[in-house]
Design a protein around this ligand. Structure first.
Ligand code: FAD
Length: 448
């Protein structure tokens, strides 16, 4: 019987194991150095914020693994020998495999800043990082101020976490406006305001120069490229992540920024595959990046590879791009492609609407020559995934989207609805006369 060994018990490795078990009787072992059982990384923040206990982040009961004959091994893989098909673990033990899957995720970026390895300086990625944050920043007596370096999704989560314990936070963001490499200008500006209103000291267009130590080797201040010294007890490094693959050096497995894979998620070495955050496509699929460090794509890669490993070769085919996140209490969703000013093609035009008082807005991207709908970002309005998926597949135009926008709304009952105001602005911006149709459950159910 084939022995499938998976390094990494995150969403991609665990999804793969579950699906191989559904499809076959193969022997499966998952190795992880981080935790005994799979947990939801995206929920880590809620543990610090007191909304849930760590156990609640584990989607499966502990008996699930034995019942499904998935062997779990706690250990760190130091070397892979693809000739002998053996893994060497820290401590000296070895594990043999017939097929190996690398699903080792990411690690926080460090850019060689002086002081980056001091005590009190940390990323936010692993269970161990969460435990360290609990020690470093239990309250505002121990941590008088934290400085967060890097304005992405994890940085803003870390700021929210620390603010939940009333710890003063300074947020150093290299860009001139928050996440403006991804978000169009209007949205990015709205999130700047929102961050400041949450009493976070947002310093845009500012880089970290160095971190200064106290006599005990603990961070006591940061110096910025503006020459400012900011006293603090904790420095959060959240300037993006990179594939966690250092242990593969000298293994013969082709490495770029991540583990290079083809559309079947196969590496250059027979019987070795990579999935999730650590996998790098030779070329990005459509407008996607070659490395996709998001939850649902890891899950999709796991599902896809299970088919291939069980004898039904299947290409990774992620469909239309979508994603969701939270900026403090503002929910964000994106479907299709809405590029920032930096990434936008010449023919991509944006229609933007923002609520006059609340932090609610949408941006719809469309082709200015053909009017084809390209994508939508929404902040503070929940949308229905299946509807946008269908409109993107059917190449609908923006007038269709505006006409049927009410069908796409997924906000709970009694929420204020904004579609009439949105369409009125669209009509006025583009001199149109669209009459938004009433929401139709018949139409919605024919898609969903
Ligand atoms: C704080 C935070 C919030 C996030 N929020 C979102 C979100 O809202 N939406 C979203 O889409 N994505 C989010 N992400 C990203 C998402 O969590 C990742 O894309 C996803 O967890 C990656 O899954 P994975 O299976 O590829 O790897 P991981 O979850 O990183 O799992 C890999 C595992 O392999 C282990 N490992 C690595 N090397 C070895 C080795 N040599 N030996 C043994 N074990 C090893 C690691 O310790 C780890 O346990 C967030 C990430 C973080 C950190």
């Amino acid at each position: 019987m084939d022995h499938i060994v998976i390094i990494g018990n995150g969403i991609s490795g665990v999804t793969l194991a579950r699906h191989i078990r559904k499809l076959s009787d193969k022997r499966i072992t998952i190795i992880s150095a981080e935790s005994d059982y799979f947990f939801s990384r995206t929920a880590l923040m809620y543990v610090y914020m007191g909304h849930m206990k760590f156990e609640h982040t584990q989607p499966y009961e502990n008996w699930f693994w034995k019942k499904n004959r998935i062997d779990l091994m706690n250990g760190f893989v130091e070397k892979v020998n693809t000739d002998s098909k053996k893994l060497l673990l820290k401590g000296g033990s070895t594990v043999s495999y017939d097929k190996l899957v690398i699903a080792t995720g990411s690690k926080p970026n460090k850019f060689g800043w002086p002081g980056q390895d001091l005590k009190g300086v940390q990323g936010l990625y692993s269970k161990q990082d969460l435990e360290m944050l609990e020690k470093n920043a239990p309250n505002n007596k121990v941590c008088n101020r934290a400085v967060i370096v890097g304005g992405g999704l994890i940085g803003i989560e870390m700021a929210e976490m620390l603010r939940s314990r009333e710890i003063p936070v300074t947020f150093l963001v290299r860009e001139k406006s928050f996440w403006n490499g991804v978000l169009p200008a209007g949205e990015s500006a709205m999130i700047n305001e929102h961050i400041i209103e949450h009493h976070i000291d947002l310093q845009l267009d500012t880089n970290l120069e160095k971190i200064i130590a106290d006599d005990n080797g603990h961070a006591k201040a940061v110096v910025t490229d503006k020459g400012e010294t900011i006293e603090c007890n904790v420095v959060g490094l959240t300037a993006g992540v990179a594939p966690n693959i250092d242990f593969l050096k000298d293994s013969g497995i082709e490495i770029g920024r991540g583990v290079k894979v083809n559309r079947f998620l196969e590496t250059n070495i027979k019987d070795v595959y990579a999935i999730g955050d650590c996998a790098e496509q030779h070329e990005g699929i459509g407008s996607r990046r070659p490395i996709e460090a998001v939850w649902y794509t890891g899950r999709m890669m796991g599902e896809t590879l299970a088919q291939t490993i069980c004898g039904n070769p299947r290409k990774y085919n992620p469909g239309h791009w979508f994603n969701s996140a939270k900026f403090l209490d503002v929910e964000y969703q994106t479907y299709g492609w809405v590029f920032s000013e930096r990434g936008k093609k010449e023919t991509e035009q944006h229609f933007h609407w923002r609520h006059p008082e609340e932090k609610i807005c949408i941006t719809v991207a469309f082709d200015k020559d053909t009017n084809q709908f390209l994508g939508i970002n929404t902040f503070g309005i929940r949308m229905r995934h299946e509807i946008f998926d269908q409109w993107l597949t059917e190449n609908k135009d923006i007038d269709h989207v505006m006409t049927y926008l009410k069908d796409a709304n997924f906000d709970p009952e009694f929420y204020n609805l904004h579609e009439d105001a949105i369409v009125a602005k669209y009509n006025s911006d583009y001199n149109k006369n669209i009459n938004p149709k009433k929401k139709s459950w018949k139409r919605i159910f024919s898609i969903a």
